[in-house]
Design a protein around this ligand. Structure first.
Ligand code: NAD
Ligand code: UDX
Length: 484
């Protein structure tokens, strides 16, 4: 099989950037060029402040950039020179037309594929890195073959990415597995072997798995659906805990000790967020419906529906505890990112919560250590509503100091599990939070709603707080049945 010496990655996003930076780090003999149509993003990749926050990423980029890692807006040149091309563009949920709200919008994948077909003057291995519905590789092949110069051969591989944001670099350095799907033909197997060599630069061979294209494509949707399903399962149980006196962390611990279940992805929360889980499940739902499998579709759909319900349940608990009205009350949201260690807010439960709180006419103050102010305004404003920002600013304040954010608050809501919101170990521990200081400046009774189970109820109550955590019955929580 062919040795890969030049790689081009189309799409310099959360996946393309870190993945290809690590490929460059571990394969000094391969020239890696990451291209994108967005000039601002490329400029940021070429600057000292990278477009995404990811622990460890800066060091990797610093080491390779200019050596064998390049970022460019020249998509055509990248394609022309490469022998292997990753397609790592966004595949958001369609917002209109057939399948709106479920199906993946494959417009960006198709545009990138067409570009490859038009520009290529030699044989290429084209690798589907984006998460796509099962059988997309087939569409890519038709597009490539119908639009390319005569005599040029394309091999298409599926190589889904399993990194999670916030731990992208360590996930890439030590992946559980690398999946490569190819056609079961000599050419297909040879292309898969070429890509396997790239990963073998640092991943043990027995963790590089090859399989058929369609299995590989479906495995990515399946893995995300199963991970999200665990969270919805534990969150559904959290509701039972709140109503009975059981503690969800204890239930999760007990279940996780069963080696058949395992402890990971069983942390109850205000709901899962992120750009993948919801999108990929809806994608699977749409795929199932298209295949005339309505029961399969309904089964997976419930995972997303319960996630929405979990956010509403949490809001309802806030309202009930705060004497059934939030009007003009100051509610502080600690954390806006969809999880800790990322500045990404896509599908963050904090967005939904802030919108619900706005509808209750609360005054909202938001603090997050990584999310930019512009991003928060963008997430909270309704697209296309011109005067929205002005009315938004009357109700929402963004604060860059966590203690100031909590001053005078009726309630503090922990939305993201940032370490800096955990209780400090001792007064010298500047990485944690001095909750006594927060308590002193809050309205009384001082409510804290822990949507991430990071705070200890006894220690918080000792300070004087009324702590209401997901999956634990709270002191002031009177059961109410009037949410949906
Ligand atoms: P992203 O939006 O951060 O990045 C995609 C980039 O592609 C954008 O910068 C966009 O400008 C660029 N792009 C779009 N069309 C292009 C074109 N025709 N030519 C050149 N550039 C183009 O998206 P992401 O989070 O990196 O996700 C990419 C894919 O990877 C998605 O399919 C996603 O489902 C999948 N994925 C994401 C994650 C994650 O944690 N974010 C994890 C695994 C898989
Ligand atoms: C996910 C998959 O984990 C990853 O393999 C895939 O490549 C992309 O999608 P990501 O969305 O970046 O990664 O983060 P993840 O750690 O999976 O968290 C997703 C959401 O679930 C977050 O909002 C997180 O807070 C929440 N979560 C996670 C829980 O509520 N409980 C858990 O036990 C784990």
């Amino acid at each position: 099989h062919r040795k890969v010496t030049k790689i081009c990655c189309i799409g310099a996003g959360y996946v393309g950037g870190p993945t290809c930076a690590v490929i460059a780090l571990k394969n000094t003999h391969i020239i890696v060029t990451i291209v994108d149509v967005n000039p601002t993003r490329i400029a940021a990749w070429n600057s000292d402040s990278l477009p995404i926050y990811e622990p460890g990423l800066d060091a990797v980029v610093k080491e390779c950039r200019g050596r064998n890692l390049f970022f460019s807006t020249d998509v055509d040149k990248g394609i022309l020179e490469a022998d292997l091309i990753f397609v790592s563009v966004n595949t958001p949920t369609k917002t209109q037309g057939v399948g709106a709200g479920y199906a993946a919008d494959l417009g960006y994948v198709e545009a990138a594929t067409r570009r490859v077909a038009e520009v290529a003057t030699g044989d290429k291995i084209v690798v589907e890195k984006s998460t796509v519905p099962c059988r997309t590789a087939q569409s890519m092949r038709v597009i490539l073959e119908a639009n390319s110069r005569p005599g040029i051969h394309f091999d298409i591989l599926s190589n889904p990415e399993f990194l999670a944001e916030g731990t992208a670099i360590s996930d890439l350095m030590c992946p559980d597995r690398v999946l490569i799907g190819s056609l079961d033909t000599p050419a297909g197997r040879s292309a898969a072997a070429s890509l396997a060599d790239v990963y073998a630069g640092w991943v043990p061979r027995n963790q590089i798995i090859t399989m058929n294209l369609w299995s590989s494509e479906l495995s990515k949707l399946a893995a995300n659906a199963m991970l999200a399903q665990r969270i919805s399962s534990i969150n559904a149980l959290s509701a039972i805990c709140e109503a009975t006196g059981a503690d969800i962390d204890e239930v999760s611990y007990a279940c996780g000790l069963d080696s058949r279940i395992g402890p990971k992805f069983l942390k109850a929360s205000v709901g899962f967020g992120g750009s993948c889980f919801q999108k990929d499940i809806l994608n699977l739902v749409y795929l199932s419906e298209s295949l005339h499998l309505p029961e399969v579709a309904a089964y997976w759909k419930q995972v997303v529906e319960f996630n929405e319900h979990q956010k509403k349940r949490f809001l309802h608990r806030i309202i009930t505890c705060l004497f059934n009205t939030l009007t003009a009350k100051k509610i502080t949201l600690l954390g806006f990112a969809f999880k800790a260690d990322t500045g990404d807010t896509r599908e963050s439960p904090a967005i939904t919560l802030a919108k619900y709180l706005r509808a209750e006419r609360a005054h909202i103050t938001i603090y997050d250590p990584q999310v930019t102010e512009d991003q928060i305004w963008l997430d909270l404003s309704e697209p296309g509503v011109v005067d929205d920002i002005e009315s938004l600013k009357k109700q929402v304040t963004i604060c860059n100091n966590k203690y100031e954010a909590c001053e005078g608050a009726d309630a503090v809501v922990v939305c993201t599990e940032w370490k800096e919101f955990k209780m400090q170990k001792d007064p010298a521990d500047t990485r944690g939070m001095d909750w006594t200081r927060v308590y002193e400046k809050m309205k009384k009774p001082a409510f804290v709603f822990d949507g991430r189970l990071i705070l200890d109820v006894h220690r918080m109550e000792e300070i004087g707080f009324q702590l209401e955590s997901i999956g634990r019955p709270g002191k002031g929580f009177r059961r109410s049945k009037d949410w949906e």
